[in-house]
Design a protein around this ligand. Structure first.
Ligand code: ZN
Length: 460
């Protein structure tokens, strides 16, 4: 059996319990994959002790929306300044050549960034499976997650309505619906673990109203209910999407998903930027979740989601870094900071505190993914911790409030330790189970190869 882990003498432990409690000079004791005690002067013979003096300990953060494959198309010059639909139409021309190998190394990049910045559970949304070359893209991402040691919630995305049928993607990026449904079943049956402290749960996630059919949305919702897995998609991201839905379905995006049986506590939607007050109330009533992606929404000029209204109404909200081609970073702590800042512009300086943003990154995300066992530091919870060392120049002069300092200050955003399921996977700001330079080298090779395959003028 693994030795216990004892996080000792932390400057501050933010419990993220309902009372938002915080402890000073405190310890956290982990046995196996579970937190067994939190408090002062804890002892455990034979434990490995992590000296956390000068450190802030928070629950491992939960990322609720990502497209790991996109790490290979960051900062593409032709679309650095494009809005969503133009950005997508250009990048489809590169992504259509995605291979399992590229998906695997793309995931290694994205998941490494998340672990290094304090995220311990990552959801992913892979929706582009090149037609006629079905590869095991999600299987290779799962391999990467297992290697790095992160808790993983991959979702099987899909696109079935191409340009020939009035959709946004080219036909080469779409699949037939029977092929999609069969692969959804395969992935759930092969990988989904519904148990407590699960390291891997599969979800189902048709891409967006502008790339799938209502019949596929309904069929996938039926599958999700049958197997007890969660539903995910993009929604209400841009005003172009509003126009598309009104023209094609004669409905607004939220009405469209309601019409196909998707408004429920089992579903969470990425973005949700353009909603009306009555629509916010319907989300709250059904406990439908939101993955808020502030950096992506700013990067693509999509807008600022009404998160203060969501929280006041009781809508479950988590944070998502979104795909690395529209952020273009997977910096989880940075995303929480972005969240704190952007809502101050929209709803006032006091409308999003540092602790509110950290709550969304931890408890909020855990709720959105349906994980009662994550997001808090308490006995019986999963042993997922992010430990940041404040004993450096980044935080000097900010120890009046070490927890808030995590978001107000700092430049590297790297943890000293990241612990997932009771295992140390980042130590002194470095990955334990992989070599960063090796990942970067292989990723750059794959990114170059992918861009070179794109049709002339449509690559980088
Ligand atoms: Zn997305």
């Amino acid at each position: 059996m693994r030795p216990s882990l004892l996080v000792k003498n932390a400057l501050r432990v933010a419990l993220m319990d309902d009372a938002r409690g915080e402890l000073s000079d405190a310890d956290v004791l982990i046995r196996g994959r579970v937190i067994v005690a939190v408090g002062k002067d804890l002892e455990e013979p034979g434990a490995r002790v992590l000296d956390a003096r000068g450190c802030v300990v928070i629950p491992g953060m939960v990322n609720t929306h990502h497209h790991l494959c996109q790490t290979l198309t960051r900062a593409v010059p032709a679309v650095q300044d494009a809005k969503l639909f133009d950005w997508l139409v250009h990048l489809y021309q590169i992504w259509q050549f995605l291979t399992p190998e590229a998906a695997g190394v793309g995931a290694e990049v994205g998941l490494s960034e998340l672990l290094l910045t304090g995220c311990t559970t990552a959801a992913d949304h892979t929706y582009l499976f090149p037609r006629g070359r079905p590869g095991e893209l999600i299987d290779r991402q799962i391999d990467a997650a297992r290697k790095l040691g992160i808790r993983f919630h991959p979702t099987r995305g899909s696109m079935s309505v191409g340009q020939a049928s009035g959709g946004l993607p080219p036909q080469s990026c779409t699949q037939d619906e029977d092929v999609i449904l069969e692969d959804c079943e395969r992935l759930v049956k092969q990988y989904h673990d519904a148990g407590p402290f699960s390291m891997l749960r599969v979800g189902l996630a048709p891409c967006a109203p502008f790339s799938v059919s209502p019949s596929l949305m309904k069929a996938v919702a039926d599958q999700a209910r049958r197997w007890g897995v969660r539903l995910h998609t993009h929604l209400a991201e841009t005003l172009d999407e509003d126009d598309y839905c009104l023209e094609r379905y004669k409905m607004r995006p939220l009405d469209f998903v309601e019409s196909v049986g998707w408004l429920s506590g089992n579903a969470w939607f990425a973005h949700m930027v353009h909603l009306r007050p009555d629509e916010v109330a319907r989300l709250a009533k059904t406990k439908t979740g939101v993955a808020h992606c502030p950096s992506s929404n700013l990067r693509l000029g999509s807008g600022i989601a009404p998160v203060r209204e969501y929280l006041d109404a009781g809508v479950p909200v988590g944070l998502g870094v979104d795909g690395s081609a529209s952020n273009d970073s997977g910096d989880m702590l940075g995303e929480a900071r972005q969240c704190m800042l952007v809502h101050r512009v929209r709803t006032g300086v006091s409308s999003m505190t540092a602790r509110d943003a950290l709550w969304l990154a931890t408890r909020g995300g855990a709720a959105v993914l349906g994980r009662e066992d994550l997001g808090r530091i308490a006995p019986g919870q999963a042993a997922d911790l992010a430990i940041f060392d404040l004993d450096k120049v980044d935080y000097a002069g900010a120890l009046h409030d070490p927890v808030a300092a995590l978001l107000f200050c700092g430049s590297s955003h790297r943890t000293k330790w990241t612990i997932v399921n009771g295992r140390v996977v980042v130590e002194d700001g470095r990955l334990v189970n992989a070599d960063e330079k090796d990942i970067a080298r292989r990723a750059n090779e794959q990114a170059k190869a992918l861009a070179e395959k794109a049709p002339a003028g449509r690559g980088v």
